[in-house]
Design a protein around this ligand. Structure first.
Ligand SMILES: Cc1cc2nc3c(=O)[nH]c(=O)nc-3n(C[C@H](O)[C@H](O)[C@H](O)COP(=O)(O)OP(=O)(O)OC[C@H]3O[C@@H](n4cnc5c(N)ncnc54)[C@H](O)[C@@H]3O)c2cc1C
Length: 307
């Protein structure tokens, strides 16, 4: 990243850029080498100018929400990481027929939306309780729990393409799969999502949210750094159960360990490197393929380069 580009980036963002930033400071797993630059656009105009600059200069970029489904390799990322946490406005509206819509910018945390649902007595997003992601990340991952996925509550989505053009898509025109969303435009950034909610009873919503959070605390190793479930569940049975049956709980490589509490969680028990986690993932995949004939597919996203 040359000096002229750095200066242009600084002029455009008005400061606040983290150059050569160790991404282990940001990922929920606590791993990852340095990014050339980490920037935090405050609004869509700034994001548009940023994307135009990156396109013109052919600089690779990755949009990021809350960093909770991500492994960044130890060599870091050559290019610009676009942190969206400052784009976090949301508003509730009602159309003349009484339908309720919650529009939230990509950087809004799901927990803010769940808390709003609980205080306002809104139903539709309670299943997101305890999922530590942002709206953008949840859409990209089609995040889900307890039999519901983000697509079930989604009404429409606004994307900004690499040229800075905005377009809104009704949910019906979008392609969602299990823990995967097929971006209709390559390299697009999710700007905001609108969810369709219904009125309910405040007490009922609050109880449901509290109960989900209690169960998650009981089942998940929340005392350690992790990226949630590492593998997608293959058809028929939970990945965690397969891993448990093969006696892989507790298996450790460097500072990365298969959680004793939940077989589908890899936790950072010390100074884990991305390499440790990726080696552990490969070891589990090899063993599951050999002994059960099942190919476990990673749910976590890996970016960056090796050391
Ligand atoms: C303790 C724990 C529990 C979890 N439980 C669950 C669970 O029950 N269910 C579940 O589905 N997941 C779960 N997760 C995983 C994770 O929280 C979700 O996948 C979440 O939706 C990721 O959101 P994020 O903002 O952190 O995404 P990030 O990790 O920031 O990014 C994930 C991917 O989305 C892309 N992305 C992010 N924002 C945008 C955007 N605005 N535009 C375009 N691309 C974007 C990134 O480039 C990356 O490829 C859990 C994680 C942890 C740590």
């Amino acid at each position: 990243m040359n000096e002229t580009f750095q200066q242009e980036l600084e002029r455009l963002m008005g400061g606040g850029i983290l150059f050569d930033e160790p991404l282990s400071r940001h990922t929920s797993m606590g791993v990852g080498g340095c990014a050339d630059a980490l920037v935090f656009p405050g609004n869509r105009e700034q994001l548009r100018d940023l994307l135009s600059l990156l396109k013109r200069e052919r600089i690779p970029y990755v949009p990021i929400g809350n960093w909770t489904n991500l492994i960044v390799r130890d060599g870091g990322f050559r290019g610009v990481i676009i942190g969206l946490k400052q784009m976090n406005d949301f508003k509730l509206s009602q159309d003349p027929s009484g339908d309720l819509f919650l529009q939230a910018e990509a950087g809004t945390s799901l927990s803010d939306l769940v808390n709003l649902s609980a205080t306002e007595g809104l139903t539709g997003l309670e299943f997101c309780a305890g999922i530590p992601g942002s709206v953008g990340g949840a859409v990209i991952m089609n995040a889900g729990a307890y039999g519901r996925e983000i697509k079930d509550a989604l009404e429409k989505l606004t994307l900004m393409d690499a040229r800075g053009m905005e377009r809104t898509w009704p949910c019906g025109q979008l392609q969602f799969e299990y823990r995967h969303f097929v971006l209709p435009e390559k390299d697009a950034v999710i700007l905001d999502a609108t969810f369709r909610l219904s009125r309910s009873n405040k007490e009922i919503v609050r109880e449901k949210v509290t109960e989900i959070r209690r169960i998650r605390k009981e089942k998940h190793p929340l005392e350690y750094r992790s990226a949630g479930s590492v593998f997608k569940n293959p058809q028929g049975q939970p990945a965690g159960k397969i891993i448990d049956e093969l006696g892989l709980k507790g298996l450790q490589i460097g500072g990365a360990k298969v959680s004793e509490k939940h077989g589908n969680f890899i936790v950072n028990v010390g100074q884990a490197k991305a390499r440790d986690i990726l080696d552990l993932i490969r070891t589990i995949q090899d063993k599951v393929l050999r002994e059960k004939g099942i190919l476990l597919e990673a749910e976590v996203i890996t970016i960056g380069e090796d050391l």
